[in-house]
Design a protein around this ligand. Structure first.
Ligand SMILES: *Cc1c(COP(=O)(O)O)cnc(C)c1O
Length: 401
């Protein structure tokens, strides 16, 4: 009965919040062993000991790339990499509007003006055509983030940037276990950036890294993230202390050791969602391309025209049940207020997709049983939509339904 919904006073479906964050807790013993190793090792610093070296080696191997530069988090990894790659004397960075909420701030840190491009009408990721239409004589760099399910058109965008002699950086935070035409994410463009925040696929508590095959760039990034001091006395202007600590490396390394088990878990969650969602009118799961390697971490659902309660009401209903579903990248960057300049034109695909995508709980703490409860709730909301809306209007006293 609709009175049993937690939004209308019933008990929540889950006692603990079920979130879209991964929050993986690796094996305690593995973590402890890494930590003890670091603790007993004779090392002059906490930033360049054995674990950091092991981290660089293992992550470079994971991405099949020559260099991995650890950084305190994903945001600063992006800042220093953009700063190293940008064309001198140019003022704009091209980024999509439908992406990570801090992306424009990252550009502003370096004094670049974000030019927001639209996303592809089909897969809502950046595309060659949309980026091309934003290139001006002021373009300093292109930043291409992968979307949270599957990847963007790496081949098309790489070709475009090569033709136009523009540096290209991928934000691969959401796709670090992906393959593109059989090749692992990590060595495309000039460089790629990753995060190890607890909410992401691999958990370093906090952390991030940059991957590249460019030796000079790797060297510059190491300098930029370790104070900027060059041995012959020169100092990099943008040198900050952004080094990852041994303890974060220990956590991230412990997660790498369990990657296969995690993928299997994610895959079973995804399959359960997929079977269930596709039987609910008005909802469609965004499918992973299973012909390539994928992490299956994120569960993204399209709300179609046949869905009868709005996305926003559905989110309220779910949050009351302790299901922390989230609207996909909302609001898009071009709609956020800022105290620095930005540029954009007509963004019809972003405007279309910004209201239609919903992320559902997934990750380490979500079980198949949990997924089945979420599915039951969704089905219930679809069946009882008119009654729910009527009650919602009375109960929440709002009419903008
Ligand atoms: C989380 C995230 C970042 C930033 O990473 P942090 O480690 O949290 O600073 C950058 N890009 C994307 C796409 C993200 O999801």
């Amino acid at each position: 009965m609709i009175e049993e919904l937690a939004l209308f006073g019933g008990d929540p479906l889950f006692k603990q919040p079920k979130s879209t964050s991964n929050l993986i807790k690796p094996n305690k013993k593995t973590f402890k062993e890494y930590l003890l190793k670091s603790f007993t090792e004779e090392s002059s610093s906490n930033n360049n000991g054995g674990l950091i070296q092991q981290f660089e080696y293992k992550f470079a191997k994971l991405h099949d790339v020559k260099y991995c530069i650890p950084v305190v988090n994903g945001l600063w990894a992006l800042v220093i990499t953009i700063n190293e790659l940008k064309k001198e004397g140019k003022s704009e960075i091209i980024i999509p509007s439908l992406t990570y909420r801090r992306m424009a701030d990252i550009a502003a840190w370096i004094g670049l003006v974000p030019r927001f491009c639209d996303v592809d009408s089909e897969n809502f990721a950046v595309s060659r055509a949309e980026i091309e239409s934003c290139i001006t004589d002021q373009t300093a760099i292109v930043l291409a983030p992968h979307s949270i399910v599957n990847v963007c058109d790496v081949k098309g965008i790489s070709e475009l940037c090569r033709e136009k002699s523009l540096p290209l950086l991928f934000d691969s935070v959401e796709s670090y276990y992906a393959n593109i035409n059989g090749k692992r994410v990590g060595s495309f463009g000039e460089a790629e950036c990753f995060s190890l925040h607890a909410s992401k696929f691999l958990n370093g508590f906090e952390g991030g890294y940059v991957t590249t095959n460019d030796e000079q760039l790797a060297k510059r990034l190491r300098l930029a993230s370790s104070g900027g001091k060059v041995s012959d006395g020169e100092i990099l202007n943008f040198g900050l202390n952004l080094q990852l600590s041994e303890y974060h490396a220990a956590m991230a390394l412990s997660c790498i050791d369990e990657i296969d088990a995690q993928i299997n878990h994610n895959k079973s969650i995804y399959k359960t969602y997929k079977n269930g969602i596709n039987n609910i009118r008005g909802l469609k799961i965004i499918e992973y391309d299973e012909s390539e390697r994928r992490s299956f971490k994120n569960i993204l659902v399209e709300i179609e025209d046949g869905w009868r309660v709005s996305r926003e009401i559905l989110i309220e209903i779910m949050h009351a049940e302790n299901i922390i579903a989230r609207p996909y990248y909302t609001p898009p960057l071009h709609e956020m207020e800022r105290d620095y300049p930005t540029v954009y034109e007509f963004l019809p695909n972003t405007d279309y997709w910004k209201t239609r995508l919903l992320m559902l709980p997934s990750g380490y703490f979500v079980s198949e049983k949990d997924v089945n409860l979420v599915l039951e709730l969704l089905e219930f909301c679809q069946k009882k939509a008119p009654l729910i809306i009527e009650k919602y209007k009375k109960y929440v006293r709002r009419i903008d339904v």
